[in-house]
Design a protein around this ligand. Structure first.
Ligand SMILES: [Zn+2]
Length: 146
């Protein structure tokens, strides 16, 4: 993360995301490490620290994404970009099958695979959150209707 991220910009990103990870939709209130500001296009790849290039991401999504912009599709072998929370609509690329986040596009496929949305531990965690009524939150459900 770039050091020129102001507290005001960090707050804007968090509030715009309803304090949810914009990739896996888990609420930061349920995460030990909370969420952090992600550069959609990383600083390493020339991305700027501006509101249009920032997203709110949980530790797991952000670490697995790293500085990558995409990956090779398992189906076609072609380079496919990741889901972009600033320009893409979550329900156009993913659907929920109980706690499992299933991809519905190639962008969804590379994103869910590379960010390890459905790693067994993350799946078990989301199942626990669902049982506790914490996943999907009202804010997350609203995003699914966008
Ligand atoms: Zn996440």
């Amino acid at each position: 993360m770039s050091s020129d991220l102001s507290e005001a910009l960090r707050r804007l990103v968090a509030e715009r995301a309803d304090h949810l990870c914009e990739y896996c939709l888990v609420s930061e209130a349920d995460l030990y490490h909370g969420c952090e500001v992600d550069h959609v296009v990383s600083v390493k790849r020339g991305g700027a620290t501006v509101r249009g290039n920032l997203a709110y991401a949980c530790f797991h999504c952000n670490r697995h994404k790293g500085t990558d912009l995409g990956s090779l599709s398992l189906r076609t072998g072609k380079l496919v970009r990741f889901f972009n929370p600033r320009s893409d609509c979550w329900p156009q690329h993913f659907c929920l099958n109980e706690a499992c986040i299933d991809p519905v596009t190639e962008i969804g496929e590379v994103t869910s695979r590379m960010l390890e949305f459905n790693h067994p531990e993350r799946l078990a965690f989301r199942r626990l959150l669902m049982e506790a009524g914490r996943y999907l939150t009202v804010e997350a459900l609203a995003r699914l209707k966008e």
